[in-house]
Design a protein around this ligand. Structure first.
Ligand code: IMP
Ligand code: MG
Length: 181
């Protein structure tokens, strides 16, 4: 199925699951090299990262810990830039190596907030691994953003964890909103 409809929006295929998995495998290999003997803590940002987090962690062979946080900041198809709160952040990050796992970095507001919260605990290092990045939407460079699966255009995407009004997270491929022409 190359085109799908979710509520009022039509979407077309952007990234197939195979392609996502291949890229994820490569990122995993790189992380295994970079974090050899360091026992990092992977922190997934819910809800969007749940599938990427699961597939990525299956590629990780170094000893590691895994946690999740939830941040509410996004409604509909446009980022509000308003961060409410982070829930469930582990409290023992002092002198640990942290890898934040995101589905997508859009404006970067969410990530800025999460990084600032984590840094309050004085971890040894903080890096970000995001499946997707919209470089043109990013408001300011994020130096911690070290691992990126795919750079995409400034368009709305859904599937593989990403939602449109709560729907579409279960799709195994990633779709982009069709522009009306
Ligand atoms: P940011 O704060 O603008 O970087 O937005 C980050 C969050 O907004 C992501 O973690 C996603 O949950 C959500 N988001 C951003 N762009 C999209 C999109 O194209 N589709 C679905 N969710 C998105
Ligand atoms: Mg997210």
């Amino acid at each position: 199925m190359n085109t799908i409809q979710i509520e009022d929006k039509a979407f077309e295929i952007l990234l197939e699951n195979d392609n996502i998995c291949k890229r994820t495998r490569l990122i995993g290999i790189q992380l295994n090299v970079d974090y050899e003997n360091r026992c990092p803590i992977f922190i997934g940002v819910l809800n969007g990262s749940f599938l990427f987090m699961a597939d990525l962690l299956k590629e990780i062979t170094v000893s590691c810990e895994v946690g999740f946080i939830k941040v509410s900041s996004y409604e509909g198809a446009e980022s509000s830039g308003k961060i409410k709160q982070a829930f469930g952040l582990p409290t023992d990050l002092f002198e640990r190596d942290i890898i934040i796992v995101e589905d997508i970095v859009d404006t970067g507001f969410t990530l800025d907030y999460i990084i600032a919260e984590i840094k309050k605990q004085e971890p040894a290092s903080v890096k970000v691994c995001s499946l997707l990045l919209k470089p043109k939407a990013l408001k300011a460079p994020i130096e911690e953003l070290e691992y990126v699966g795919f750079e995409i255009a400034n368009e709305f995407v859904v599937g593989y964890g990403l939602d449109y009004n709560g729907l579409g997270r279960n799709l195994k491929d990633i779709y982009r909103a069709k522009t009306v022409s």
